[in-house]
Design a protein around this ligand. Structure first.
Ligand SMILES: *Cc1c(COP(=O)(O)O)cnc(C)c1O
Length: 397
């Protein structure tokens, strides 16, 4: 039987290769950090989601190490059977307080948080209105629900109004507007104030996935809702422990009490998947404490992003505007995809690790190298990245 399937799969793989879409994985031989080594050599890393530099922070590592002794290695249980330690609840309280929500619930990942929430709170008589560029896990989670689906163009408030009207026309009982807080390919924030205004006008709820914002966006790092001045107007926040907050693993839904309680009863990835490992919980709690109590990593991250943006503009590169530590360096035109990927390769040869993205990940003609700054980068690291861009551009032409 497999002989036939084998040929079909091999053909599919060959097609991916022929389309130039094969993803290859570089193997890192060090902890995740600003300075890493791969099997191909040393590199300055500008493509991790390690925004606050906590992935190898001594206090985070120390808390996780201590937890191995104190709490053991694994839970070997889902939460509701015997997989909840006191520290799981401590972390959920801390997440709720930090994001400004009533309570929160941990999931094995944010992918699972988004995969689990929609079918619990929206049925066939309800409507979900989703930004066109929302993360894959939101798209999949919405599909798993039986709700009526509406989609609006990225950050387009006129289109959102149109979709809200359509949902009302369709007689939807509950309406939920869902958006990423920060869009990962552009670094743009969702216009949350306008979204909340529209939602209020139409009696809709608002859900924000703040995976690329929690810990570092907003004056005290609480997220995109803080940056937009709407902390008390969001109904549901989802987020990840796999990015700024230590980068270990795990995700969460932070929301009104009843939503969290219902998820504990009904969310399938919560009910049928193992509890987050004790050392990861302890490390994430420490990371969250650092994000909450210390402004310095955030300030360093902001300085790095500002410095990088201004040096790159001086050097004549075209950037998408903004303040987010995701900085897209654009390569427009017909051969943009080729140039972006050649520049990224030439930079890696100079020891600077960045990733080029082109169609279909981003629209045609908008190829880019996405640079991600971290608080763990020094001023020299940022300058070295800019120098590598200039040298690679000269080389590629
Ligand atoms: C990274 C990301 C996720 C997935 O988070 P995991 O915890 O790694 O599963 C979900 N949503 C958004 C917007 C993300 O950027």
């Amino acid at each position: 039987m497999y002989a036939d399937v084998k040929d079909q799969l091999a053909q599919e793989l060959a097609q991916i290769e022929a389309d130039g879409l094969t993803k290859t994985e570089r193997q890192i031989t060090t902890p995740q950090s600003a300075h890493i080594a791969t099997t191909a050599g040393e590199a300055l890393n500008f493509c991790a989601n390690n925004y606050l530099g906590l992935a190898d922070h001594p206090e985070v590592v120390g808390a996780a190490r201590q937890a191995l002794d104190e709490w053991g290695f694994g839970m070997a249980s889902v939460r509701f059977i015997c997989g909840t330690q006191t520290q799981h609840r401590d972390l959920e309280r801390a997440i709720a307080d930090f994001t400004g929500m009533e309570d929160s619930i941990l999931f094995p990942s944010c992918f699972d948080a988004n995969g689990g929430i929609f079918e619990v709170i929206c049925g066939p008589e309800d409507a979900i209105i989703s930004d066109q560029l929302n993360h894959a896990s939101i798209i999949d989670g919405v599909r798993l629900s039986k709700a009526q689906r509406f989609r609006y163009a990225n950050r387009d408030m006129e289109d959102l109004r149109t979709q809200l009207e359509a949902a009302r026309e369709a007689g939807a009982r509950r309406v939920l507007v869902v958006t990423d807080g920060a869009f990962s390919m552009d670094g743009y924030l969702a216009p949350l104030e306008q979204i909340c205004d529209l939602a209020e006008e139409f009696g809709a709820m608002v859900m924000v996935d703040d995976s690329h914002a929690t810990g570092f966006v907003g004056a005290s790092g609480r997220g995109s809702h803080e940056a937009c001045g709407v902390v008390d107007r969001i109904d549901i926040m989802t987020g990840t422990l796999g990015k700024a907050l230590g980068g270990g693993s795990g995700g969460y839904v932070a929301a009104h009490t009843e939503i969290v309680e219902l998820l504990k009863q009904r969310a399938r990835p919560y009910l049928f998947s193992n509890a987050v490992a004790p050392s990861v919980v302890a490390g994430s709690l420490k990371a969250l404490e650092i994000a909450r109590d210390s402004d310095e990593p955030r300030a360093q991250l902001r300085r790095n992003a500002e410095r990088f943006r201004s040096l790159m503009e001086e050097a004549g590169f075209e950037l998408l505007p903004g303040e987010h530590p995701i900085v897209p360096v654009m390569f427009a035109g017909e051969d943009g995809a080729r140039r972006a990927s050649q520049v990224a390769d030439a930079m890696l040869e100079r020891g600077v690790y960045v990733i080029a993205f082109s169609y279909p990940v981003v629209p045609k003609g908008q190829a880019r190298i996405r640079v991600q700054l971290s608080a763990s980068h020094s001023e020299e690291d940022v300058r070295a990245c800019v120098d590598a861009f200039v040298a690679a551009r000269d080389e590629v032409g």
